[in-house]
Design a binder for this molecule. Structure first.
Ligand SMILES: [Zn+2]
Length: 238
């Protein structure tokens, strides 16, 4: 059996050299897709292919695992090591996937007697797009329809994390964030004193400008003076 040196972690993809990625935004394409049927697909452990299901080697695990365009993971028929140093035949089977607290799916796979967990959406996207990599750590594999368990290949796209957050916000998927912000604003409005981040002294809120909530009026004035002098110096030297 071929020994593979690649480990399947997010860092691995991040470290790889930049490749060109076209980022389209057809997120709304799958709006009509029924969530319950998505939930059903990854729980189906039947070996028979589902309708229109296509299988490819799981990246980094060629000949050991396969992933499908519908989000399933298959363990292939192979010999596996056992404790006493021998080996046994492992039958072909569909791997069970676990739902994480945030709704994404993870799957535990084993190779050479070691267990590892893979992020199913990323592993499916990169297995079908082996020449693509994370250009940098600011990218993620995003679910276009924002259903985190919908790992159909057509629902996955390499996208900037910031754009993913924007979409979450637009779709109001994180109502707790808005609620937290509202609470924070309420708390801030009730304050009588706050600490200046420049001089680190606690002062009444009246000693702060409304526009600059971080520095007290004295520090703010000093800062403006410094800025003015710097400008003058650079102008005279130029
Ligand atoms: Zn101050």
């Amino acid at each position: 059996m071929e020994v593979f040196s690649r480990t399947i972690t997010t860092k691995y993809y991040t470290k790889m050299k930049t490749s060109t990625n076209s980022i389209s935004s057809n997120e709304n394409k799958d709006q009509a897709f029924c969530q319950t049927s998505v939930m059903r697909w990854f729980t189906l452990t039947q070996l028979e292919d589902l309708e229109n299901e296509i299988w490819v080697d799981m990246i980094g695990f060629d000949g050991i695992y396969e992933v499908s365009n519908l989000g399933r993971i298959k363990s292939l028929l192979r010999y596996v090591r056992i404790r006493n140093g021998g080996q046994r035949l492992s039958k072909e089977n569909i791997r069970k996937q676990a739902i994480l607290p945030d709704g994404r799916l993870s799957c535990t796979i084993s190779y050479d007697g070691k267990l590892t967990t893979v992020n199913v959406s990323a592993i499916i996207y990169f297995s079908f797009n082996p020449k693509q990599f994370y250009p940098n750590s600011k990218f993620c594999v995003m679910h276009k329809n924002k259903i985190a368990s919908d790992n159909r290949l057509e629902n996955l796209i390499l996208e900037k994390v910031s754009n993913s957050h924007k979409l979450n916000f637009a779709k109001q998927l994180l109502p707790h964030l808005a609620e937290n912000n509202r609470k924070k604003q309420e708390q801030n409005a009730l304050r009588t004193h706050k600490t200046c981040r420049k001089c680190n002294v606690e002062k009444p809120v009246d000693d702060f400008h409304k526009s600059d909530g971080y520095k007290c009026k004295i520090c703010s004035a000093l800062y403006k003076k410094e800025l003015y002098l710097k400008k003058r110096v650079s102008q005279t030297s130029a």
